[in-house]
Design a protein around this ligand. Structure first.
Ligand code: GLN
Length: 454
């Protein structure tokens, strides 16, 4: 059915870069056989899933939305993908994304934009717009995204889907093509909180192949979501982040946000306002740290080992080949960030930019620590506006970056967050998202509170 749906709508939505109909049907048949024998591997055995094209999939192309990786077929699975296979989820295909996960609209994909199923002239958010659109358009019941500065939560907000960024280190990054190693985290994209929790239970947990993976026993997120679904928030202390609303926030988004807060009060929560003063510097710090890490990560795409190779005429040197390949293979946004990042890391500028940004990062973590001494969860609208028109912000990087205002602090500090749909904005009848943030390791709390609000 999902493959039929993809055939029916994906020429208009363009959520997928690659569909593996044959592989998915084969995995589904195997799952059917297991079920018939009473040997299902868990509740999601046989439930198909779409995977963002930044995760390595054995035998399936993995492009990261870039021309430079066109035609690359990884010989191995990312840990997240391996765990999906072990749990019996058929992989429908790979979803579209901003090139190397840089963007908030999926317009920076080298393979053309994804369209928001709610209004095909609008963006589906980014960088994981493909995963969010696939779920929102019923092409896939579940998807995997990655969130470095909001790329699971912001697409969730503008497509009316649920998106979770786990605690940094909660889900293995092995096989996730790194954008910024200290910020990246893979997580669930679904239509409801329980589905996200079930998926998180499958993909999460310690992995020896990722040195930043946290070694601990995690509670069952499925159970947390089931408990939360009773809707009782008695005794839960909720903080509204002062710095995550105000000027520039769409009134209709704020209206839905305020209604959701009222619902929390009705459900028994105690709500206070909490100021996190360093959050106003989060965007500036992020857009130094991220390009710095990205410029260093992207140095490996040198046309020598994998991906695109352009050989200029004459008798080119290896350096000529690298230059021509990187020039042809990377898009404008990627080049912009490589230049920014290389500059920020240059000797003489390192302390003034990268060093300063790292200090802000520490201050943001202190703000979170202080806030979580007073409250159990922090809440905000996930994104300042609903889905904007395709092309509207493409030539204005600053306007594009501002979409991430509310999502970035969580990545800089490593704390978990969820975005859940909370209605449609008055102005344009487009989906809005409600963000719940919890202290590091307390991912169960985002599921419990998220499920209570559904
Ligand atoms: N929009 C952010 C950026 O462009 C988020 C990226 C992400 O989470 N992958 O960097």
């Amino acid at each position: 059915r999902h493959l039929d749906r993809i055939a029916e709508v994906d020429d208009r939505v363009h959520a997928f870069l690659h569909v593996d109909a044959e592989g998915a049907l084969l995995q589904a048949a195997e799952s059917d056989a297991r079920r018939a024998r009473g040997e299902a591997r868990g509740p999601l055995d046989g439930v198909p899933i779409a995977v963002k094209d930044v995760l390595a999939t054995r035998g399936l192309p993995t492009t990261c939305g870039s021309k430079i990786l066109e035609g690359w077929v990884p010989p191995y699975d990312a840990t997240v993908v391996e765990r999906l296979r072990v749990a019996g989820l058929p992989i429908l295909g790979k979803t579209n994304m901003d090139e190397f996960a840089m963007g908030s609209s999926t317009e920076h994909s080298a393979y053309g934009p994804t369209h928001n199923p709610w209004d095909l002239d609008r963006i589906p958010g980014g960088s994981g717009g493909g995963s969010a659109a696939a779920v929102a358009s019923y092409e896939a019941p579940l998807a995997i995204g990655t969130d470095t500065g909001g790329s699971i939560r912001q697409p969730g907000a503008v497509t009316g889907t649920v998106g979770v960024k786990p605690t940094y280190g909660g889900v293995s990054r092995y096989g996730l093509v790194a954008l910024a190693n200290s910020l990246d985290q893979a997580g669930p994209v679904t239509r409801n909180v329980l589905d996200a929790a079930m998926l998180h239970d499958i993909i999460g947990g310690h992995d020896l192949r990722d040195s930043t993976s946290i070694k601990r026993e995690w509670p069952s997120f499925t159970e947390a979501a089931r408990e939360g679904a009773a809707g009782d928030l008695t005794g839960v202390k909720v903080g509204i982040v002062t710095e995550m609303s105000g000027d520039g926030w769409q009134p209709g988004v704020m209206n839905r946000f305020n209604e959701s807060v009222e619902l929390m009060v009705k459900a028994g929560a105690e709500v206070v306002e909490v100021s996190c003063p360093s959050f106003v510097h989060a965007l500036a710090a992020y857009y130094l740290i991220l390009p710095a890490e990205a410029s260093s990560n992207l140095a490996k795409f040198d046309a020598m080992r994998f991906g695109l190779r352009v050989t200029p005429d004459g008798s080119p040197s290896a350096e000529d080949v690298m230059r021509a390949s990187r020039d042809a293979g990377f898009g404008d946004e990627v080049k912009r960030r490589i230049i920014l990042g290389t500059y920020a890391l240059s000797s003489g500028y390192y302390d003034a930019y990268y060093g300063q940004a790292q200090k802000i990062r520490t201050l943001i973590t202190r703000d979170f620590d202080a806030a979580f001494e007073r409250v159990d969860v922090l809440v905000s609208p996930t994104a300042p506006t609903t889905a904007f028109k395709l092309g509207e912000k493409l030539d204005d990087p600053m306007a594009m970056y501002l979409n991430d205002l509310a999502t970035i602090p969580a990545n800089l500090s490593g704390v978990p967050g969820i975005s859940i749909p909370n209605g449609l904005a008055d102005e344009d009848s487009l989906p809005t998202g409600f963000q719940v943030l919890a202290p590091a390791l307390a991912d169960d709390r985002v599921y419990r509170v998220g499920a209570a609000l559904e």
